[in-house]
Design a protein around this ligand. Structure first.
Ligand SMILES: C[S@@+](CC[C@H](N)C(=O)[O-])C[C@H]1O[C@@H](n2cnc3c(N)ncnc32)[C@H](O)[C@@H]1O
Length: 551
């Protein structure tokens, strides 16, 4: 193993090294290790929390200390950590071959006949593709390809750890791992979701309503997978509020609890937080030919990228001070600049009065020498601050000209706290990349579109289509907005001004009552009970998401 690679990786962040709290390691061992003869693998054992928990579990199952040998194998890349694991194993009489100081991928590719286990436990590292050392990545990716997977530049290292250690399981094997909750939602894990759904016959996921790792905002789940079970196959999600609850959890109660059928598709797993009848309702709606996706009516695109907001985005005072107001363009850069579902000149002005940075510096598209003096002065100031050397600015023909300046028909927020909305643009303002830009694909009354968006059906899907990590915010890429089912009001029977005011007063339930009645019940003729279910789905998923931010 090259020491420079290890050195590079040997910082907590780079090696994705946040160790598992003991109650979690103990729980996973209690769940996974049920027989005194099981052969156990820990593919990235760090300083040995899982190793010690597994040893204790074997002792509990009646394995005498002198019979522990050969039951456990721990792999760890960083020598110092491996040493600590060895020391802990040795304190129970296990000799040094229990822990191997190696890259996991090299280890299993050379393991030959020794590569099969009854149980895999652990908490794989979380390292992005670009920090994932080439030597390890190449092996990992080759092995993934051998089993029919196609990793790419977005693949995080925990993915090959998960699938390749799963692949080393025996017929009735079990895998219990701490995995980033993004397994549920991210696109790069879509193939992993399908792999798991096909490879295992039962999957149990334990989630926490509060974040359980103290040092990181990364949300994790406990992924408990069983290969060949004859009874109760499927998937279930068990939600717990704390580690104390985990310690008290009765494994046989979980094993008997109901499962939902496991679909072999790439859809996000967020839906498994729902009851089976709720999942069915969403599926039925998805196949209703009357309900089109948002992409039928709108194109969603990212906002403009200034390359340096600090320089390009300015307020009235700065514009006046540098005498560059004539060389600015109105831009919205923050979600809270939108209070309602329509954005008018008054809204822009009241934001500007509050000293928001609502102007983009945009000199004429000319060479520096030909620019007005005020622009030259401001650009020179920017260069003194080295703003022109940042990547986005550096690659432009003229670093001070922000490209892609088009005024959208409407805006959609990229990140939302409570719910997504379409905001009609009645100004000539553009937006930065914190806010998506919308172009209508065909002629539509903008008010009808903005109103239509505010319904329980679209909201329910938004919680499944959007992604949330740890902090409670829901994030949408443009395509994730376009993928939302969006029924459209045919007639304007709703008082737009009233709804806009209710939104400004944050009275979303009242708004949903009005729009649901008109759009879902009167127009689409959905059953009232189904509409209530859709509202409950939205509430359940959004409350769950928001609760996690209240630590
Ligand atoms: C998130 S920590 C978890 C450690 C331990 N499993 C636990 O739960 O306490 C991940 C560990 O993976 C190790 N690691 C990183 N890359 C590795 C590789 N290619 N092979 C083996 N171990 C690796 C890191 O050094 C780190 O100790």
């Amino acid at each position: 193993m090259q020491s420079d690679i290890v050195e590079k990786i040997d910082s907590k962040k780079l090696r994705g090294g946040y160790y598992t709290p003991q109650p979690i390691a103990e729980f996973i061992c209690r769940w996974a290790i049920t027989k005194p003869t099981q052969k156990v693998l820990e593919p990235s054992c760090g300083d040995g929390n899982f190793i010690e928990a597994a040893i204790k579990r074997f002792l509990q199952l009646g394995v005498p200390k002198n019979k522990l040998f050969g039951l456990l194998k721990g792999i760890e890349l960083v020598a110092r950590e491996a040493e600590e694991s060895k020391r802990r194993a040795a304190s129970y009489g296990l000799n040094s071959t229990t822990i191997i100081n190696s890259d996991f991928f090299s280890y299993i590719s050379n393991a030959n006949g020794d590569g099969h286990y009854d149980v895999v436990i652990g908490n794989p590292p979380f390292i992005r593709y670009q920090n994932f050392p080439e030597e390890h990545r190449k092996k990992a990716f080759e092995m993934m390809e051998e089993i029919g997977l196609t990793p790419n530049k977005l693949t995080n290292i925990w993915v090959p750890f998960l699938v390749l250690s799963a692949n080393s399981l025996n017929k009735n094997g079990k895998l219990g791992m701490v995995i980033p909750a993004e397994l549920f939602q991210v696109k790069y894990a879509a193939q992993t979701r399908i792999f798991l759904a096909k490879f295992f016959s039962r999957i149990t996921i334990v989630t926490f309503t509060k974040l359980v790792f103290q040092n990181i905002q990364q949300e994790v789940v406990l992924l408990l997978c069983e290969k060949d079970v004859s009874d109760n196959p499927g998937i279930r999600v068990v939600e717990l509020s704390s580690l104390e609850e985990l310690e008290k959890l009765n494994i046989s109660t979980i094993q008997k609890s109901a499962v939902k059928s496991l679909e072999h598709n790439s859809e996000k797993w967020t839906k498994y937080f729902l009851e089976e009848y709720e999942i069915h309702l969403l599926r039925k709606i998805k196949t209703d030919p009357r309900i089109k996706l948002a992409s039928d009516i709108m194109d969603v695109d990212v906002g403009l990228v200034t390359g340096r907001n600090e320089f390009f985005m300015i307020n009235e005072d700065t514009a006046a001070m540098w005498k560059i107001k004539p060389y600015t363009q109105k831009v919205v850069g923050k979600s809270n600049h939108f209070k309602g579902i329509i954005f008018k000149e008054d809204d822009f002005d009241s934001n500007a009065e509050a000293s928001f940075d609502g102007y983009l510096f945009l000199p004429p598209a000319k060479d520096f020498e030909d620019l007005p003096k005020a622009c030259k002065d401001y650009i020179k100031y920017g260069e003194e601050q080295n703003f022109h050397t940042g990547y986005k600015c550096r690659i432009r023909k003229r670093w001070y000209i922000t490209p892609s300046l088009w005024t959208p028909d409407a805006f959609v927020l990229r990140q939302v706290g409570d719910y997504p909305k379409v905001i009609i643009n009645k100004t000539d303002a553009c937006s930065t990349d914190t806010i998506h830009r919308v172009r209508f694909k065909r002629k539509i009354e903008p008010e009808l579109l903005a109103l239509s968006f505010l319904n329980s059906l679209t909201f329910a899907f938004s919680e499944i289509t959007g992604r949330s990590y740890g902090g409670g915010v829901l994030t949408f890429e443009p395509t994730e907005i376009e993928e939302l089912p969006l029924p459209i009001l045919k007639e304007n029977n709703i008082n737009f001004k009233k709804i806009d005011n209710l939104i400004r007063q944050r009275k979303i339930s009242e708004v949903l009552d009005i729009v649901d009645e008109e759009l879902l019940i009167k127009q689409l003729k959905l059953r009232r009970s189904d509409v209530q279910r859709l509202r409950a789905i939205w509430k359940k998923l959004s409350d769950r998401r928001l609760n996690r931010s209240k630590n």
